[in-house]
Design a binder for this molecule. Sequence first.
Ligand SMILES: *[C@@H]1O[C@H](CO)[C@@H](O)[C@H](O)[C@H]1NC(C)=O
Ligand SMILES: *[C@@H]1O[C@H](CO)[C@@H](O)[C@H](O)[C@H]1NC(C)=O
Ligand SMILES: *[C@@H]1O[C@H](CO)[C@@H](O)[C@H](O)[C@H]1NC(C)=O
Length: 982
Amino acid sequence: MAPYSRLIKFIAVAVVLGTPAAAYAKQPSPFTFSAGDTGLQLGGPGLAPEIRVAPNDLPGVKRVANDLAADFGKVLGVNGTTVVADWNTTVSQRGNSRPLVLLGTLGRSSLIDALVTLKRLDTTAVANKWETFSYQVVHSPWDGRDAVLAIAGSDMRGTIFGAYDVAEQIGVSPWHYWADVPPTKRQYIWAGDNVHTEGPPSVKYRGIFLNDESPGLTGWAGNKFKKSQYGSPFITDFYKLIFELVLRLKGNYVWPAMWSSMFYLDDPNNGPTATEYGIFMGTSHHEPMARADKEQGRFLNGSWDWASNKAGVQAFMEEGVRRSKNWSTVYTLGMRGSGDAASPTLTSSALQEVIQWQQSTLKRILGRPLSEIPQAWVMYKEVPGYWQKGMNVSEDVTLLWSDDNRGNIRRIPIGTEGARSGGSGMYYHFDYVGSPRNYKWINTIQLQKTWEQITLAYDSGIRNIWIANVGDLKALELPTAHFMALAWDRTSFTDVRSTRDWLEVWSARQFGEPAAEPAASIMTTYGKLTARMKYEDLSMTPFAFSTINYDEAENNLNEWTDLLNQAQAVYDGLSAELRTPFLEMVLHPVMAGRGVYEIYTKTALGSKYANEHRTSANRLAREVQAAFAADADLTKRYHSLLNGKWDRILAQTHIGYNNWQEPSANSLPKLSWVTTSAKNALMGVSVQGSSAFFPDTAKLTLPAISPYMSPSDQRWLEVYTRDNGTFTYKITSNGSYVRVTDAERTLSAPGGLSDSRSLITIDWAPVPPGLSVAALTITNLNATSITATVLLPIENYRVPTTNFTGHVEASSVVAIEAEHFAPSPASSPEYMVIPDYSRTLSGVKLPPQTAPQPPGAGPVLVYPFWTFTNASAASFTVYLSPSENANPNSPNRYSFSVDGGSLATVQPVPLTDGSTEPSGWSQAVIQGAYVAKSSLGRLGAGKHELRLWLLEPTMVLTKVVVDVGGLKASLMGPPESFRIGG
Ligand SMILES: *[C@@H]1O[C@H](CO)[C@@H](O)[C@H](O)[C@H]1NC(C)=O
Ligand SMILES: *[C@@H]1O[C@H](CO)[C@@H](O)[C@H](O)[C@H]1NC(C)=O
Ligand SMILES: *[C@@H]1O[C@H](CO)[C@@H](O)[C@H](O)[C@H]1NC(C)=O
């Protein structure tokens, strides 16, 4: 089962290294595309196949046959044709020399069934399974025919997935409409002899929820489709495009748009069309019994309240079941309050009664046993609180758990919940409207995080339903594709590197082979940068990235700029038709995301500059204004693509949030300007790591410099103009071993060079051991009485042994990326390192199957480190992913000890009654981390060993910091310390 195979890579790896192939290459494609290839020829100059379906096959199969014929046409430039014909007719057409593809459902297709009966086709890998298919060349199927390609499905959707899989293998992306991926043009298509089999899927019902769909999707569709009598543009022509995409992604389940739509009423064809296509429809968490929320206002007698209006509510719900009687439906059960809110009157026992009544109604109206009716009760928001109080809910009901709206799973099945016949499900978010802030503009999803949380869900037994809230769908193509790939074949994603591998294969399919590796690398970095903070959260004050410490804000923006340069370079190298999907799915998010980061970063730096009265504060303010204008231009550029195909789709406001709800228009944050008066002292000096400046402060002090500085850390000072004018300055030092770049310069404002940064380094050989302080003097040569002093503490400490491996203190801090635990026998290989996870480097966690561990037992992470400070009150800070206590019987905890001393155990996230988020949750999801600090007491200088035990498989460690007196405030903590032997 490997939907993503890449033959060339497979061969290269297998031949060169002789190692087992990566998951995606388990089944190389049977198709080849060169003139001289052999096998069954399906396409050539002027030649395209005939797709044959049997007259007795299902409507969805006949429909997809037309898509497959058209897809061959897109690839070959010659259309395939679809022929409905039974076996006898087919066999009798001796004169037909067209290549033939027989597409059919086992037990429903006389074509496929005849091949099975004649023992030409072995379908044991497919028969009697859910949504499974195989395709293969069948030789000599009947007299006079050398070979045909047979695509056989176990059921209607199995056959449909088989047809769409062939389409994808020959070169038609599932995203051909929704992201304008061009078909791969080919002159030849050959089918070789290997059998390609996929299914059954890892998750039975898997799909997407179109939600928070205004202004983007609604505005776009309003331009494109005729509105229903109720004013909704989401009519059947729209849903056909959605259903096709979902099926091409091998999904089978949709929750329809519902903000101001009624799926079953907006177009009477919506319901039957879903069933014809092969889609199970559901309704969202607060829309029970297949009736839209918006139907309540029109058709409900009395109020939406079980306690006071049982009869009205029951009549309303019954109608939903009656209406959908003949369609494929997963029924949402339970009840919440009016709209998307908790009910003020429902109790656990009333809710139990609601569900019992709903089940008896389903049984009565549908006339089928409950075990054959898919039903889901969505444990969203306050709902798990009812369950936690104790409820008796029939086992046929799937308990559909949810995340916290920010991608952190709130709950996995525990105890007997895992044994329920209806199984478990997951409602997961890539988009959200609500506190602490909406996020519904462009993609902010880190795929590694999705992989980690969804793997936790699957391995905890959540396998019956997965549904992802994909917002407007556009702009969330990548997380949607990834989610659906995981749901289809989780076994291809067992390796911690699988997300990156998948991303590369996916990129090759959308943007072509040469762009695959760079696109995967760009989107991996993009995920890391957005994991630091979502765009909508950036307006929180004070700005989360420090403009003072660790150069955090500046370095972060530089990373965005590097990323943009990479994306632009790939774009520039692509053909015109590949540029469009690349722009939509890679370049636009990088450009637009960087633009928003630029706005907030430069606004925050500008405020610091204005405080220093730098004239360049005004330059920063103008750059922010330009970035704001560029943001609007980028939206226009997107909306004018392909003659306006995507007009209005990115109309979502995203700059200037000041509460959880989106602003009515984008607005600039408050900018800081300085006025020139010719009265200000002209020369200004600032140093890294301090908000003090000259002339306000005569003597400035830099953070200490050390031979063990973090490789990404630098020491610098800046000289700048504070008013109009020109001056020349010189930097001198009282220590001959202090090196300063650009030690003499002329600055001038307006119009000239107004700011200059000098990097400070040390020639270590002559430096006296221990702590010393060098003084740098910055003299204004035009007014030599004006001098600023910058003190540079020099920590010339040395680890006195060559027999030490580990991290070393600098500036009174030791910071360690979680994956850099000691490779000693004491360290446990049981931990998984998830590359590219979270905000800085990676994540470390116990495998999901691991049982909760007692404190100080089980797999241990060992971090040796060396300090030079005799600290009287050291502390220890742990950075964890914002994962919740997904197992309430066993909340997230870790234990640690230093130098074999006493063991401390910390539970960073408090437990709740299931109805609310834990305290500290908002901050954790905004900053992408739980940060827990513990006191270590006295910690002498020298060699140390930190031992850390993660006790739960539900948590991920990303970074640890030991503070011996120098830790400064920042979003992500200090950059990683120097590591001897790293
Ligand atoms: C091929 O099929 C497509 C869609 O079915 C149609 O638009 C196109 O005109 C056809 N091309 C030819 C050459 O018949
Ligand atoms: C095909 O023809 C045979 C013999 O002529 C007949 O017995 C059989 O029922 C036919 N099958 C179908 C599917 O029509
Ligand atoms: C400083 O220069 C700017 C830009 O040329 C000018 O607008 C401003 O009036 C000048 N200030 C003074 C006090 O001359």
